[in-house]
Design a protein. Structure first.
Length: 387
């Protein structure tokens, strides 16, 4: 399976190299559709329930029509229908009454972002399609137009519905939400990038990068491990947003790899938390230490999962973040920003592993010498970031 995916990636890079723009975008959608089929097969192994299988098949059908649709009206319809199956899974298979509250958050975030998008589309439906636009847009126009994609990414400040849904959803619902549903927002944002190439969007970079750092800090104060993985997912999706807004010839390729790495690592994280929850009946970080002390296999697996989420060498996320420095090397300020991001990402991995393995004794046994040693080991693998 890994060899097949690598062949697809190399073929994608070849098409982009020879300049077949239409086929590259077609292949981008084809790979995401193939990934939806792969997730359907994997999730079918987790659940044999008829309702969940039908909802997953409905999502596969929507993904096929969305990724290969070139009509603006149907593009919008399938974009909004993409979240229906995951929300129904969360409402049907969620066991707590707070799932209604999570649904309210999701509904109002999407409704308030979709209404400006729909109104603007009604005004310009005769002047644009998914290939061209023949009118001039400004900053505020693009902000309200892209708001619906900011919510589906989701970017920080538009994200609060995602941790709520993840906490209340079942394991396979969280895996679908993290691996596939968020990619609909990225795919839609990518197709409308042609409109904003002449619009000054760098203010978005500063605002959302500040939100990215706040997101990593929020991870440190979450008591629910599933919520921590959800906030980590938001931070990785923000990296895709920054990558695309630099409008480099390599932005599309690196964003493609970030999507692949995030899909596998986040799905792995939610699956692992679900398996531990079925045995421990809890997702509280403080209660994981007794489970890991008696199950060293799960402890090793948990450490490997954190390394993938933290972009440790030599994971796919690591290579994408490394090559992203070739894009941002023209702006020294963003290099400093990403140094801060990588530092907090590292500290999050250390904190999660320490809290889950040592529990409430972690603060008493915490050694700053250990953090400094771990910091230099990590950057010894990453020193060429800054050359």
């Amino acid at each position: 399976m890994f060899d097949f995916i690598m062949v697809i990636i190399l073929f994608y890079l070849y098409l982009d190299l020879v300049g077949f723009f239409f086929f590259v975008n077609f292949f981008f959608g084809f790979f995401l559709f193939f990934f939806s089929l792969l997730m359907f097969y994997l999730l079918k192994l987790l659940s044999d329930d008829f309702i969940s299988i039908m909802l997953m098949l409905f999502l596969v059908f929507i993904s096929f029509n969305f990724f290969f649709c070139w009509n603006l009206i149907f593009f919008i319809i399938f974009f909004e229908l993409s979240s229906l199956s995951v929300i129904l899974m969360a409402l049907i298979f969620g066991v707590q009454v707070e799932k209604i509250n999570a649904f309210y958050y999701f509904f109002f975030y999407n409704f308030l972002s979709f209404m400006p998008f729909l109104i603007l589309c009604m005004f310009m439906i005769d002047k644009m399609n998914l290939f061209y636009v023949n009118f001039i847009v400004d900053f505020f126009f693009m902000f309200f137009f892209m708001l619906v994609f900011f919510v589906k990414f989701p970017l920080f400040f538009f994200h609060y519905w995602l941790p709520k849904i993840h906490v209340e959803a079942s394991t396979f619902s969280s895996m679908l939400l993290a691996s596939l549903l968020l990619k609909f927002g990225i795919f839609g944002f990518y197709y409308f990038l042609m409109f904003i190439k002449n619009v000054k969007m760098f203010m978005f970079l500063y605002i959302f990068f500040f939100g990215l750092l706040l997101c990593l800090l929020l991870c440190l104060i979450q008591s629910d491990l599933k919520s921590q993985i959800a906030y980590s997912s938001i931070s990785h999706m923000s990296v895709v947003f920054f990558n695309l807004l630099f409008f480099s010839c390599y932005s599309e390729k690196f964003s493609f790899f970030v999507i692949i790495g995030h899909s596998f690592s986040s799905s792995l994280g939610f699956w692992f938390i679900g398996e531990v929850f079925y045995s421990l009946k809890s997702r509280l970080v403080m209660e994981f230490n007794s489970f890991f002390i008696s199950n060293y296999f799960f402890l090793y697996f948990f450490l490997m999962m954190l390394m993938l989420l933290g972009s440790f060498p030599f994971s796919l996320n690591y290579f994408t973040e490394f090559f992203m420095f070739f894009i941002i090397n023209k702006s020294i300020y963003f290099i400093y920003f990403f140094m801060i991001f990588f530092f907090f990402d590292l500290m999050l991995v250390i904190f999660l592993f320490g809290m889950c393995y040592l529990g409430k004794f972690y603060k008493k046994s915490f050694s700053y010498n250990f953090v400094i040693l771990f910091f230099f080991i990590f950057w010894s693998f990453n020193f060429f970031y800054f050359f």
